[in-house]
Design a protein. Structure first.
Length: 336
């Protein structure tokens, strides 16, 4: 099938080309994001493959449908950037990669916890500058601490598995309790209780209308003073302005982010010779107790291989049978 691969990075080309060796789709890679301005660049492609920061709102989808696109193949798990209702009304099939390697994101989340907790980001620079003083690097043991996991799907349960090994007390909130978590000893509690009891809160829910700005001023006010907050889910699950206020008042003791609400203008590109125009992001960068990575939770050899393989399989099944494997259906919105 002729596939337009949007927002293509060198590693996308590498992993998709390798996975396509024995499959034989015609992959055309585009550096640009798919958005209003670029929606005509993929004219005449029956399949369009997109990533987290491509925009698939009603305007873009209408253009794609008019141009003859029939399949939107997301090469990611989250689908908050797609107007699923509009796609369905236009007869566009939307497929995704529901699980590629939840462990990749889970391990990255725990990595953020460990770096922040033991100040490894500062220690790295200090030692390279010949500064071996320990003042300011005081950490705390994870053993015995209470970790609140918001969202115990594939990634949340993998986080629970890892943190159980550290001897943490694990509590969680999810509208659907996961039996695997219960067997790991995770205790499900209402959100208010999770906020009040957690030393570390880690977010693994999807972005949807219920979770949009879940972590706002009211939520932060219920948290323990000095709480560590980790977000590797989607940027808009937190109200960044409220989190900045929480950091300034020391209510939030440290913050680890792999995602940011306005990341579409920043992430996945080298802007090191430019002036960053986003003042909210700029403010976040000034805090010594904030660690930001540029949406790299998924970025492992295992995950990229699996993403490429499943995406191409989804396309093959659609081309061969006209059916949608791993379909993003409208009722998934309600289920999440
Ligand atoms: P999943 O669908 O397996 O699990 C999500 C869980 O969140 C489900 O158990 C669901 O019931 C729960 N949930 C839904 N609404 C909730 C709410 N209001 N409060 C608490 N829990 C709620 O998804 P998975 O694979 O675990 O991924 C989670 C999210 O992680 C994705 O939606 C995506 O946004 C993000 N992600 C980030 C990546 C990165 O590179 N940083 C890579 C992959 C996913």
């Amino acid at each position: 099938m002729r596939v337009a691969v949007c927002s293509a990075q060198s590693y996308d080309r590498q992993f998709f080309t390798a996975a396509n060796q024995n499959v034989g789709h015609e992959l055309i890679f585009f550096d640009s994001h798919l958005c209003h301005e670029t929606r005509r660049m993929v004219g005449d492609f029956p399949a369009v493959c997109v990533f987290v920061n491509d925009t698939l709102d009603v305007t873009v989808l209408e253009t794609l449908a008019m141009q003859g696109t029939r399949l939107i193949a997301l090469r990611c798990a989250g689908f908050n950037n797609v107007d699923v209702q509009a796609a369905s009304s236009l007869g566009l099939c939307v497929v995704r990669v529901p699980a590629y390697s939840p462990h990749s994101v889970a391990e990255h989340s725990v990595g953020l916890i460990l770096v922040l907790n033991r100040h490894l980001h500062h220690a790295y620079n200090r030692v390279r500058n010949g500064n071996f003083a320990l003042q300011g690097l005081l950490g705390f043991e994870l053993r015995g601490k209470t970790i609140g996991i918001v969202g115990t799907g594939r990634i949340g349960v993998a986080v629970a598995q890892i943190l159980r090994g550290f001897g943490c007390r694990l509590i969680a909130h999810d509208p659907r309790e996961n039996p695997e978590c219960i067997s790991l000893g995770v205790e499900y509690v209402p959100l208010e209780e999770l906020y009040a009891e957690s030393d570390i809160i880690t977010l693994h829910c999807p972005l949807n209308p219920q979770t949009h700005r879940l972590i706002d001023r009211a939520a932060i006010s219920q948290m323990k003073r000095g709480v560590m907050l980790i977000n590797t889910s989607r940027g808009a699950v937190i109200d960044t302005q409220a989190v900045i206020e929480g950091l300034k008042s020391a209510k939030i003791g440290s913050l680890g982010l792999d995602v940011y609400e306005q990341e579409g203008d920043l992430f996945f590109q080298d802007l090191s010779d430019r002036v960053i125009q986003d003042d909210v992001f700029g403010r976040l960068l000034t805090f010594p107790n904030v660690l930001i990575t540029g949406h790299q939770g998924f970025f492992t050899v295992e995950a990229l291989s699996s993403i490429a393989q499943t995406t191409l399989e989804n396309i093959t099944v659609f081309e061969r049978d006209g059916t949608c494997q791993n379909e993003v259906k409208v009722d998934l919105l309600r289920a999440d």
